[in-house]
Design a protein around this ligand. Sequence first.
Ligand code: BG6
Length: 470
Amino acid sequence: MSKIEFPQNFLWGSATASYQAEGAYKEDGKGLSIWDVYTHIEGNSKNNSNGDVASDHYHKYKEDIKHMKECGQNSYRFSISWPRILPEGRGKINPKGIEFYKNMINECLKNDIKPFVTIYHWDLPQSLQDIGGWENKETAYAFRDFSKILYEELGDKVELWVTFNEPRFFIYSGYLIGNYPPSYNDPQKTIQASYNVMLANAFAIEEFRKSNAKGKIGLVHSFSPVYAISDSKEDRIALRNADNYFNNWVLDTAVKGKFPQDLIDKLNRNYDLSFMNKEDLEIIKNNTVDFIGLNYYARALVKAYTIGETVLKVNNSGKAKQGSSKIVVKDWFEMVADPKSKFTDWDTEIYPRGLYDGIMMVKERYDNIPIYITENGIGMVEEMVSGEIDDSPRIEFLKLHLIEIYNALSSGADVRGYYVWSTFDLYSWVNGYEKRYGLMYVDYENNNKRIPKKSYHWYKDVINSNGSIL
Ligand code: BG6
């Protein structure tokens, strides 16, 4: 292989999300989010942990940005806590919330780090959940108004925006699997919430284009490129069903402005889609993204559905639970585990090649649209030994994925940046603090002290060499 060299203007970054990083959950006028409420209910998260303090990024962001700078990173992806800006989800603005994000952005710019803002990374204001959350179209209108405030307040300094982080993941977890708030197990509600989120995405893009904000706007998708175990007719049908289930309703709708017709036809047979209307669909059609963010953790390998009820079992329990996940969607497809593959402690397949294939799929389907790899990383249980963290498996993981990105660039894909998940260890939703992803270790027992891991130093060398050490 010839020497690896990423494009000169490539963005090298890392990412966080407000609820997982900031803490300060009641400070400076912030309202409660659904996650604040959910994690305070016993039994909802690992060891009943919560993001009250998280990694204390609210107080340590300057130090964190300094670490990014020293690592050579030139972009930082973070999200805005909606209830920090609008404690009730709508109405009165909390000036301290605006101030916090202005400071964060200024600190990035001072350090030549391009801020990449995610408008929504799952921390819906509880007051909006109280009116029905994403099932209620009112929430989509509230999101539009929230986005407008952000463009007005921050739009002169931010060039990269995304409306949502992973619609598929938070909707399915909250409405279909039920292991995230609002904890439903209901396909009809899932469909309605999905529709409202894609409508909200279009509303926010419409507002963006009306505003004076500079830059570009996209959406981040939890990308599971789908493979079938064979080329039989049945498996090919399963592949298409799974692709609609995992990817197309988000990507097609965001990029082409239209829900996949075969998906709508299939859903129409069993569910009530009367909430869809011409006016909304017109808004969705006319307000599509400038780029796509892909979060890549694993692919989906599927075969034809055979028998039995829908099972959606995901592993949030960690170590020694490999083999405990199962996804069967009745009449659609069954997911299978490749016995030859390696899996993380949390049962996620390690499959770097899927990133290459996935990028190429997106390139082909969506007319060479610009792509950012907005998350990629591996969750592990880690311990400090003599003050150091040797996370060599993470280095290997990131390295293999970066090589696939380079291969995709060499095949003509327009990949513009890469963000490691995560900047430092974070609160991992219902997995609590046990599952670590960071380039920097957070010593939760010791004032949340940051300690760069081996991967931090390695990432610095990758960036400094523009990829050639890979
Ligand atoms: C992505 C999310 O789906 O995966 C992150 O955008 C999340 O917020 C990450 O933390 C890893 O998932 P988990 O559950 O292992 O923390």
